[in-house]
Write a protein that binds this ligand. Sequence first.
Ligand code: TMP
Length: 208
Amino acid sequence: MSSGRFITLEGGEGAGKSTQLRALAAALRVRGMEVVETREPGGSEGAEAIRALLLTGGADRWSPYAEALLFAAARADHIEKTIRPALERGAWVLSDRFLDSSRAYQGQGVLSDADILTLHRIGSAGFLPDRTLLLTLPEEEATDRAKARDGDVSDRIGGRANDFHRAVADAFARFAREESERVRAVDASGPAEVVTVRLLETIEDLLP
Ligand code: TMP
C-alpha cells in the first residue's frame, strides 16, 4: 500500500487499550508521523451507526449470525472509508480493536474461527493489520479496571458472564501463539507510561 502502517490493539475489557492507544499515538506524533486514531466497532459514520445497534439493547437482540455479520459490515465500511484512505496517504492508523475481536468474541459459539475469517474475506478482502498488540492482564486486575471505568453499566457484549470473557482471553492468547509474527502479547500491568514503552518496543522494527 505505502509507508503507512496499520496497528491494532486488542484484549479483553479493562486491559487499558483506549488509554494506550492515545499514548502510543502521541508518542508517534512526537516523531513527526501522521497518526489516525480509530476504533471498532465504529471508526466511520456508517460503522458508528452499526456500533449503536450492536452495543445497546437486550442480550438477545441479535442472533449470533446477525451479530457477526453486523461486525463484519461495520468493519468493511471502516476499512473503506477511514483506514485505506489514511494508509494510502502514508499515515499510520491505530485501531482500538479489529478483526481479532470478532474472532475472539463471535468465533467461540456457533460460528468457528474459519467462519469469521470467511466473513472478513468477503467483506474486506481479508485485509490484516501490520501488527496487533495484545494487551494482557490477570483476570482480576482487568475486571477491577473495567468496573472502575464502567461501574455496573457495561455494554451488551461487555456485560456477558465471566466464563465468556475467560474464553475470549484464551482465544486471544491462542492467536498470539499461532500468529506470532503479527500478534504480539504485551504485559499491560504496571504504570501506563511503562506499558506505552513496551508497546513502542513491540513496533520498533516497523518505525520509519
Ligand atoms: P469496547 O468496549 O472496546 O468499545 O468494545 C465494545 C464491545 O464490542 C466489547 O465488549 C467487545 C465487543 N466486540 C466484539 O464482540 N466483536 C468485535 O469484532 C469488536 C470490534 C468488538
